[in-house]
Ligand binder design. Structure first.
Ligand SMILES: [Zn+2]
Length: 309
């Protein structure tokens, strides 16, 4: 069974101000590394645009329309201190969410074993009705709700190893016992949420914060002792990974010290759990990662593990 890779050139057309870390070169660096011989076995598809109704599975319809209507014809508009729209942003955001939905469709129907969606803008900071932290629509949340609505998944788990806490995913699923949100992240760090005591109304939010300077050993310990046991007990029908690679040692936005083998390890662990619980169904969505070398090498390690290489 194959691993699906979804991306789209329109994701290069979402522009942020000069010097902004969330830039089109991130996708170019990933595409370059995935051109290597050992990735020839990937099934490659262009990410379709989500419909507004799909986005509205995770956000109020009027929020989706407000974001659409905020897009400038030229130049840029700021939605918050570090979240910007350019003329190409809306299509890029719709393809980021649409790629996530397409990945869910192909994984849930068994057409592919698993999938990696290399799109931007990222999604995990987007709250129910608030764009934030480079994110407009919460791609992981849209994917989770789509798996439930369209494919009858009863329980979906989102596992987020981006260095920042996914406040948006936590917000959207705070009251929802059918979606477990698990996160490792540096604390203290933007956005400030994600304490161990943030458990959600149904005890299905699982936060395992790490301290500045922590490396892969602490990450693996948090996964082994906190997150993997909770996931095992939850028995998800699908695992969605919010795959941010900004906990890498080289990343300029934070102070954790993960290395490529840590990303291979966590991918392997999640796949083993998915094998036991849900026929191996894993959909991985790109979130952060701002050092191009750290990002591309970490994605290579992650995708190699998805391909069981
Ligand atoms: Zn991040």
């Amino acid at each position: 069974m194959t691993t699906l890779l979804l991306s789209h050139p329109a994701c290069l057309d979402h522009l942020n101000p000069m010097g902004h870390p969330e830039r089109p070169d991130r996708i170019r660096a990933i595409e370059r590394v995935l051109e290597q011989e050992k990735f020839q076995g990937l099934a490659r598809e262009q990410a379709p645009m989500a419909s507004i109704e799909m986005i509205a599975l995770a956000h109020p319809l009027d929020y989706v329309e407000q974001v659409r209507d905020a897009a400038p014809k030229e130049g840029m508009v700021r939605l918050d201190a570090d979240t910007t729209m350019s003329p190409g942003t809306f299509e890029a955001a719709m393809r980021a969410a649409g790629g996530a939905v397409q990945a869910v469709d192909e994984v849930m129907t068994g057409k592919v074993a698993n999938a990696f969606v290399a799109t931007r803008p990222p999604g995990h900071h987007a709250e129910t009705a608030t764009p934030m932290g480079f994110c407009l629509f919460n791609n992981a949340a849209v994917a989770a709700r789509h798996a439930q609505k369209q494919h009858g998944a009863e329980r979906v788990a989102i596992v987020d190893f981006d260095v920042h806490h996914g406040n948006g995913s936590q917000d959207i699923f705070w009251n929802d016992a059918s979606v477990m949100y698990c996160s490792t992240h540096q604390m203290p760090l933007y956005p400030g949420t994600g304490a161990v005591s943030d458990r959600g109304a149904q005890n299905t939010i699982v936060n395992a914060p790490l301290r500045p300077g922590d490396g892969g050993d602490r990450f693996r310990e948090a996964m082994e002792t906190v997150i993997l046991p909770r996931l095992e007990g939850f028995a998800p029908d699908l695992i969605i990974i919010s795959a941010g690679f900004d906990a890498h040692m080289r990343d300029p936005l934070a102070n954790l010290n993960f290395l490529e083998p840590d990303y291979a390890w966590v991918t392997q662990k999640l796949m083993e759990l998915a094998d036991r619980r849900c026929d191996g169904r894993v959909v991985s969505l790109l979130e952060g990662g701002y050092d191009l070398e750290g990002l591309s090498k970490s994605v290579a390690a992650h995708v190699t593990a998805l391909m069981r290489g």
